[in-house]
Design a binder for this molecule. Structure first.
Ligand SMILES: [Zn+2]
Length: 380
């Protein structure tokens, strides 16, 4: 059996700080090729922006289950603060330490080991396919990673019927949460304008500051919705209010409010932008609103696919995972446009930290869970 811990350790030894790979995907491709997977190396981007990606598939027909993950990691920070060093995977008291142990080389190793175990027991699937979509660009700008691989998969007949992202989804224990969607993110800046002038001659100026304050209050107070069964309410947070006025006797020309909205599936970004214009235009004639949608919101309706994953998790851990949409964005935001996608992976309490770690037992159980998911899904 391919040992999940050995694979994780081998991957951690590759210092694949985004967007570097340092042999991580080559190592994975070698393992998968040996088990009969057809591997495609799919680098996208030029020069400094070149990102390594790997797509591996076994089986030619549907139903097709795809695992998505990344082999890049965030920088280690001050390496001298690590107990064993970030790229020196050590096990102490049943805990494996190293950058990527949880986010998410341990997860990638668990799925690879689980899928290989399934193939070793059952042979290559005759009716069905198993694939892995591995990017080196998840922790970076995410331009030349999953989004581009999906386009390639679409052009080459590799779009899966269901997908699972192996990001660390569990807050404390394996089996806590199964993510079935994510909120969207809209980053905005509004400039409220007036006319500059001398504080002693306010009739010749138009001070935008009171309007700026009213706009800030109105944005912050607005109740977009009250949430629904799977999502918390849409929330707007002001991150900065700036005037940049160094003087005490000049009425400023304009001021800006920076804010971010995390929105549920009741809204899309166009609808939100229209609502923002309505709120702001009601208080200020002269303004400019700029927005950037970092992620759309999505929900994979609970049903056949989430049931398969949920029952495999419950079988192995004895815990029924809560269906959740909490947390930041992941590459599931790209995958949701092509197939139903859920997220289940390691514990996230040490990710991006010094001494990132994962319990050996959890990675072993995760391997069995992924193998069971494959088994249950392909048996349908
Ligand atoms: Zn991650």
């Amino acid at each position: 059996m391919n040992d999940v811990i050995k694979i994780t350790q081998d991957l951690i030894r590759c210092p694949s700080v985004t967007p570097k790979d340092e042999g991580a995907q080559e190592l994975l491709a070698a393992l998968l090729s040996d088990a009969g997977f057809e591997c495609h190396h799919l680098p996208f981007g030029e020069g400094e922006e070149r990102v390594p990606n790997l797509f591996a598939r076994i089986g030619a027909s549907g139903p097709h289950i795809c695992y998505a993950g990344h082999t890049d990691v965030v920088p280690p920070g001050d390496e001298s603060k690590w107990t064993y060093g970030p790229f020196n995977p050590e096990i102490k008291d049943g805990i494996l330490y190293g950058r990527g142990a949880s986010d998410m080389k341990g997860s990638v190793a668990a799925f690879a080991a689980g899928a290989i175990a399934h193939v070793n027991k059952n042979g290559a699937p005759e009716n069905g396919s198993i694939s892995l979509l591995i990017t080196g660009d998840e922790e970076g700008v995410a331009i030349n990673g999953t989004a581009k691989v999906l386009e390639w998969m679409d052009e080459n007949g590799h779009i899966p019927d269901v997908s699972i992202v192996g990001e660390p989804s569990n807050p404390d224990q394996l089996g806590d949460e199964l993510k079935i969607g994510r909120r969207g993110s809209l980053t905005c800046v509004v400039e409220v304008r007036g006319r500059q002038g001398h504080v002693a001659y306010p009739e010749r100026a138009d001070n935008p500051m009171p309007r700026l304050a009213r706009v800030a209050a109105a944005l912050s107070d607005y109740e977009f919705d009250t949430g629904n069964a799977y999502f918390p309410p849409t929330n707007l947070e002001i991150t900065s209010i700036d005037v940049g006025n160094p003087t005490e006797n000049v009425i400023p020309n304009a001021g800006t409010i920076h804010f971010n909205i995390r929105f549920n599936d009741i809204w899309d970004s166009d609808g939100l932008v229209a609502k923002l214009h309505e709120i702001i235009a009601g208080l200020s004639d002269d303004y400019q609103l700029d927005t950037r949608c970092g992620a759309v919101s999505f929900l994979t309706q609970p049903g056949a696919w989430s049931d398969v994953v949920s029952s495999a998790v419950e079988e192995i851990t004895g815990r029924k995972p809560e269906l959740s949409t909490k947390g930041g964005t992941s590459d599931a935001r790209f995958i949701q446009a092509y197939s139903p996608v859920v997220e289940f992976g390691p514990i996230n309490n040490s990710i991006h930290q010094i001494d990132e770690h994962a319990k050996v037992e959890d990675l072993e159980n995760l391997t069995v869970i992924y193998e069971r998911i494959i088994e249950l899904y392909l048996a349908q």
